[in-house]
Design a protein around this ligand. Structure first.
Ligand code: HSE
Length: 407
C-alpha cells in the first residue's frame, strides 16, 4: 500500500484531489511540486517545491500523481517514475493518448503500473468499466460526449441563448477548460480521450493526430436556428466503431434529436453509449470536468492501486490487426462566410443556400477528405456538423430561403 505520495500540480485536478484527501484524512500527499513560485494559491501545503527532483529523487516516494497540464513535462515525470518501478496516476489525456505504446511497454518492462481514470470523463469510471465489465465481450461502438467544457458552452448557447464567447468565459471561471482552451473547443481533447477509450474498448492504438476532429468554435447562429427548427441540438460527439477489422473514429459536432440520450446530457456532464455483442446498448452519464469530479477520480485510482489493481489490457493483448479506416462517407451540414476551400472537399451537395451572410449546405462527404482538409476548415472558420441518422431529413429549405440545389 502506498504511503508516500508525491503530487505534481495543484491546478484544477491537483487541488481537487488535495482538498478531498484533507477532508477524508487519507492518501494525503507527502510532497507537492508546482511550476510557478509566484502564482497565488488558496491551498496551504507544507511540503511544496518547484523542482521535479524534489519528488523524483526522493526514494521514499512510492506513488506519483502527475496532474499537470504540460504534456511534455508530464511525459518526463511519468516515464522517469515508471522506469524506476514506481506506480503513477495521471489525468493527462494528451500525454497518455500520444504515447500509449511507449507507456504500455514501460509498464511491462519495469513492472510498474499507470492508472488514468481521471483522464477520460472524470466522474464516469469508464476505463474501469471497459477493463472489467467488458473485458471479455466484443464492443462494436463507443460514442459520446467526452469534453465537459464544449458541452457546457453548447448547452449555454442552446438553452440560455448566450454567445459562444460568454459561455467559454463562464466555463473557464468554473475550472472546466484546459490551460489551452483550443484543446477543448477544437475537439482535440475529445480525440485524445477517444484514443484512450479505443485502446480499452477494442485493443486499438490510434494516435489522436490521426482521428478526424472538427470543433465548435465557428458554430453559426444559422446552425443553431436550423437545429432548433428541427427539435434538435448540436453536441460535440466522439465516435469509434468497429466493423470487420476496421475502426472508424472521429470527433464532430453532431445534430441530434432532442429526444436522443446524448442530447439530454447538459452543461459539464459527459455521456457515453457502448454497444456490445451481448449486453447491447448501455449508457453512462456523469460529471466530465471540475475540480472535485476529477480529483475524486484520481482518488479512486489511488484506492485501486492500494488494493493491488491495475489495467489488464485484455483487449489489446488479444487484438487482431485492427486498422483505422477513413474511406466511409457521412452526412454533413456546413456553414461558412467564405467559399474558398469548399470545392476542395468533394461534397456531394443535396441542398445549398447562398445569402449575404455566406453559404449553407447539406451533403455527403468522405471522412478522408475532412481529415485531409481539417486545418484548412479550421483556418477558414468553416463550421461542419455531422447529421445523425435520426435527422436524415434535416433540410435548410425550412429556413424559408431559396434552395439552389436539391437532388
Ligand atoms: N477540459 C476538460 C473537459 C477537463 O472540459 O472535459 C476534463 O478532462
Amino acid at each position: 500500500m502506498s504511503k508516500n505520495i508525491g503530487l505534481f500540480g495543484l491546478g484544477v485536478v491537483g487541488s481537487g484531489y488535495y482538498q478531498i484527501t484533507q477532508k477524508i484524512q487519507q492518501f494525503i500527499p507527502k510532497k507537492v511540486v508546482v511550476k510557478d513560485p509566484h502564482k497565488p494559491r488558496a491551498l496551504q501545503v507544507a511540503q511544496l517545491a518547484y523542482e521535479a527532483d524534489y519528488i523524483l529523487e526522493d526514494e521514499t516516494i512510492d506513488l506519483i500523481l502527475e496532474l499537470i497540464s504540460d504534456a511534455d513535462e508530464a511525459h518526463h515525470i511519468v516515464s522517469n517514475a515508471l522506469e524506476k518501478g514506481i506506480n503513477v496516476i495521471s489525468a493527462n489525456k494528451k500525454l497518455i493518448a500520444e504515447n500509449l505504446k511507449e507507456l504500455l511497454e514501460l509498464q511491462q518492462k519495469h513492472g510498474s503500473k499507470l492508472l488514468y481514470e481521471a483522464s477520460v470523463a472524470a466522474g464516469i469510471p469508464i476505463i474501469e468499466v471497459l477493463e472489467t465489465h467488458y473485458a471479455l465481450e466484443p464492443i462494436s461502438k463507443i460514442s459520446g460526449i467526452l469534453n465537459g467544457s464544449s458541452n457546457f458552452i453548447l448547452t449555454k448557447i442552446f438553452e440560455e441563448g448566450i454567445s459562444y464567447q460568454e459561455a467559454l468565459t463562464e466555463a473557464q471561471k468554473l475550472g472546466y477548460v484546459e490551460a489551452n482552451p483550443y484543446l477543448d473547443v477544437s475537439g482535440s481533447d475529445a480525440a485524445s480521450k477517444l484514443s484512450i477509450l479505443s485502446l480499452h474498448a477494442f485493443g486499438a492504438i490510434i494516435h489522436p493526430d490521426n482521428i478526424l476532429k472538427l470543433g465548435i468554435e465557428d458554430i453559426s447562429h444559422e446552425a443553431v436556428d436550423l437545429a432548433k427548427s428541427h427539435d434538435a441540438v448540436i453536441k460535440l460527439i466522439a465516435t469509434a466503431t468497429v466493423q470487420e477489422q476496421a475502426i472508424h473514429a472521429f470527433v464532430l459536432p453532431t445534430f441530434l434529436p432532442k429526444t436522443h440520450e446524448l442530447a439530454q446530457v447538459a452543461y459539464e456532464y459527459n455521456g457515453i453509449e457502448i454497444t456490445s455483442d451481448y449486453q447491447g446498448e448501455q449508457f453512462y452519464k456523469g460529471k466530465g470536468a471540475g475540480s472535485y469530479a476529477t480529483g475524486a477520480s484520481v482518488l479512486s485510482d489511488v484506492k485501486k492501486l492500494a488494493l493491488g489493481k491495475g489495467y489488464a489490457y485484455n483487449k489489446y493483448l488479444q487484438a487482431k490487426n485492427l486498422h483505422h479506416e477513413t474511406s466511409s462517407h457521412i452526412d454533413i451540414y456546413l456553414s461558412s462566410s467564405n467559399e474558398t476551400i469548399i470545392s476542395k472537399l468533394g461534397i456531394q451537395t443535396r441542398e445549398f443556400i447562398r445569402n449575404e451572410e455566406g453559404i449553407q449546405l447539406i451533403g455527403k462527404v468522405s471522412l478522408q477528405s475532412l481529415l485531409e482538409n481539417q486545418k484548412a476548415i479550421e483556418n477558414n472558420a468553416i463550421f461542419i456538423a455531422n447529421i445523425s441518422q435520426e435527422l436524415a431529413h434535416l433540410s435548410i429549405d425550412r429556413l424559408g430561403e431559396k434552395v439552389l440545389v436539391q437532388r
